[in-house]
Design a protein. Structure first.
Length: 320
């Protein structure tokens, strides 16, 4: 699949060697809209949704990091995954204004390379870190004994380092471009991680539903709350990741221009907006937010206004 500069929408569109050779031979000037100059609607749709990452997502992700730092004395097991994801989502949000400036002002190939790297980070870090969070919850609920032996932070640091390594390797390869069938790497990744997250969360929901039996009345409120949290996160996973999962495997059914200029940007738009939705879901579960008076929490998050029970910091985390 040729990499055009539907580039502005997402960098998951590598340039084949043949296309690169053609550009070099013809001496065609670089353009961030090359190939989609007259079909920019899909690209602008993606960037319009990404504006939410700037206005809401960046502050929300910074607030998530602040909350995790404030709770560092009593951390939840998956805080390192949430913190890493919030940091990378905030970084991705900061790149959106750069995308607009490069589209309409700078037209710089060097800046476009930096943008491709940021899109590679978003393509990989979100699905992988969410998969780590799902794994953490899955072990805690379904295999509590194994989870007890794996609670040491060194395991999560090691897994986080692996995810960062895979993320930066993928992003660097995206910047280099020209790798044969490179776009299939993302398709395979998103299909695998989406399947894992759905199966994992469904297993957690089933285990929580079964655990609320006779003789466990004192546990029922906590189990009900956990059930609602996991269900809400499953809905977020489906809303953000189902569109690309449903569209991208059928690339051959679209013409190259339609797929590159419309299908891909629209599919990535749903994935990219997760940089705003994910931190908001986390913050909606908290009783108190740093730097905000207690009265502001019910106004900002009405869904928790009626919950009067005190919850330890570790159980406030929707990843547990």
């Amino acid at each position: 699949m040729p990499e055009s500069a539907a580039m502005a929408a997402n960098a998951s569109w590598p340039t084949p060697v043949s296309a690169t050779a053609h550009l070099n031979l013809t001496g065609k000037a670089f353009s961030v809209f090359d190939g989609c100059d007259s079909q920019v609607e899909g690209i602008l749709f993606d960037l319009t949704l990404q504006c939410a990452n700037v206005v809401v997502g960046i502050p929300a992700n910074i607030l998530v990091i602040t909350v995790l730092v404030c709770n560092r004395k009593e951390p939840a097991t998956s805080d390192i995954y949430l913190g890493s994801l919030a940091f990378l989502d905030a970084y991705f949000g900061f790149m959106t204004p750069v995308s607009f400036l490069n589209l309409y002002l700078w037209q710089s190939k060097a800046v476009w390379s930096a943008l491709k790297f940021s899109y590679g980070v978003k393509d990989t870090s979100g699905p992988l870190f969410l998969s780590c969070i799902c794994l953490d919850r899955f072990l805690a609920v379904v295999f509590p004994l194994a989870f007890g032996h794996l609670k040491h932070v060194k395991y999560r640091l090691g897994l986080s380092a692996l995810v960062f390594g895979l993320t930066f390797a993928y992003s660097a390869a995206k910047v280099v471009g020209g790798l044969p069938d490179f776009e299939k790497v993302f398709t395979g990744e998103i299909l695998t991680t989406f399947t894992w997250m759905v199966v994992c969360n469904a297993s957690i929901l089933w285990a929580l539903k079964k655990s609320g039996g006779v003789g466990k009345d004192d546990m029922r409120p906590m189990k009900r709350k956990a059930f609602k949290i996991v269900l809400s996160l499953l809905c977020v996973v489906v809303a953000n990741y189902l569109p690309p999962v449903a569209l991208f495997p059928f690339e051959d059914y679209y013409s190259p221009d339609v797929f590159r200029c419309y299908v891909q940007p629209v599919g990535f738009a749903f994935l990219n907006i997760s940089s705003t939705i994910q931190p908001l879901v986390y913050l909606s579960r908290l009783k108190k937010l740093p730097f905000l008076p207690d009265a502001c929490v019910p106004k900002c998050c009405p869904c928790v206004a009626g919950d009067k029970d005190k919850t330890p910091p570790a159980t406030q985390n929707p990843s547990d």
